[in-house]
Design a protein around this ligand. Structure first.
Ligand SMILES: [Zn+2]
Length: 360
């Protein structure tokens, strides 16, 4: 595809970044990919790169920490002692259920805390992943001011730098890109964030997890933006796709090669003295069976969108429903052990493996 002046200048700026890192002159579009820091073919956890098969049973969309719903702040402050006391036993419990890895989807400005995640990972023995990117959903509440004046290329440079050098001086590198959009048609700021995610993917091979909700036009429009930037749909995830009523929309997007995230798996649970939440198992099951029928199980990831340390006044959302309820339900509906492994182990391993998905 033709290179626009903005893309040329972007590639040039990346080249400077790579040369600065002493890696020599890369080819166009190959920067800073190929640097010794890249860990291509591996998965980036808060404790550094690991082989994809080391992840094991992986929950690809959860919130180990979160301040969602309260005012944006970066970096966040947590009561560390309280968190360790509350969260480590829960993560240890997940590990006892057979979980090997959890991706923390808590984004910049609503609670991302890589150094704390590393402590929690070391204390629990779970692999944890954190993210780079900015969150444009929730009516842009968590979008940093500077996002409005920076170009997509300049935003991508920030995110690429987090991957190259670590987040906020911690040396901890993101394992995926997290962006979020409100419904389609995309607002200019949301479109800019998606474009920045595409550029960041081109340079790093990080997979793009895009909070999109129930709006199929917003999903299609994001894929079109990716393609304009030369990025294949396989680099992108329709996150919260379960909220879309018509499984045909999911099938159409998965056939283009994108990932479908059926997260938000819930049953009613007891918290703060009463039962909370509703049962989503039927909806998740029906979507999953439709995708399986269309031979698209290889494009699906499942998770809870749970929360193990929610802000005061909100409740913990469980991360054990898949193990305790959803997988037994899938077995009862005829999914084989091999298919369960595809969903819980093989797909997340492919999903998080650093790998550039380019069209050209
Ligand atoms: Zn989430």
């Amino acid at each position: 595809m033709p290179s626009s002046p903005t893309r040329r200048s972007f590639i040039k700026s990346c080249a400077v970044l790579t040369v600065g890192a002493g890696m020599g002159l890369p080819g166009p579009g190959d920067v800073p990919w190929g640097s010794g820091k890249q860990a291509a073919g591996q998965v980036m956890t808060v404790n550094g790169p690991i082989a994809p098969e080391e992840l094991g049973f992986c929950l690809p969309h959860e919130h180990v920490l979160s301040r969602f719903g309260i005012d944006p702040v970066e970096p966040p402050e947590y009561d560390e002692a309280a968190m360790v006391e509350e969260v480590v036993p829960y993560l240890t419990y997940l590990r006892e259920l057979g979980v090997g890895a959890v991706a923390d989807c808590t984004a910049y400005s609503f609670g991302r805390a890589p150094a704390l995640l590393r402590k929690l990972s070391e204390a629990s023995g779970l692999h944890l992943l954190t993210n780079t990117g900015w969150y444009g959903a929730a009516d842009d509440r968590y979008v940093p001011e500077e996002a409005y004046r920076l170009s997509a290329e300049e935003i991508a440079e920030r995110w690429i730098a987090e991957f190259a050098d670590g987040i906020g001086g911690t040396g901890i590198r993101p394992g995926f890109i997290k962006v979020a959009v409100d419904g389609g048609p995309l607002s200019p700021i949301d479109a800019k964030l998606v474009r920045a995610a595409a550029l960041t993917h081109r340079a790093t091979g990080l997979t793009i997890k895009a909070h999109t909700g129930d709006n199929a036009p917003a999903a299609r429009q994001q894929l079109d933006l990716l393609v304009e930037e030369g990025v294949a749909p396989g680099a992108w995830t329709w996150t919260h796709a379960q909220n879309t009523p018509d499984a045909q929309d999911l099938i159409e997007v998965a056939r283009r090669g994108a990932w479908i995230s059926l997260d938000g798996i819930k049953t009613p649970y007891f918290a703060n003295g009463r039962m909370q939440g509703s049962d989503t198992l039927d909806r998740h099951l029906n979507h999953l069976l439709a995708l399986r029928e269309a031979d698209l199980l290889g494009r699906v990831i499942i998770s809870h969108d749970g929360s193990s340390f929610p802000p005061e006044g909100t409740v913990r959302r469980p991360m054990d429903i898949i193990s305790n309820s959803f997988l037994p339900l899938l077995r009862a509906h005829g999914l084989s052990p091999a298919e369960i492994t595809v969903l819980t182990v093989d797909n997340p391993a492919r999903y998080f493996t650093l790998s550039r998905q380019l069209l050209d």
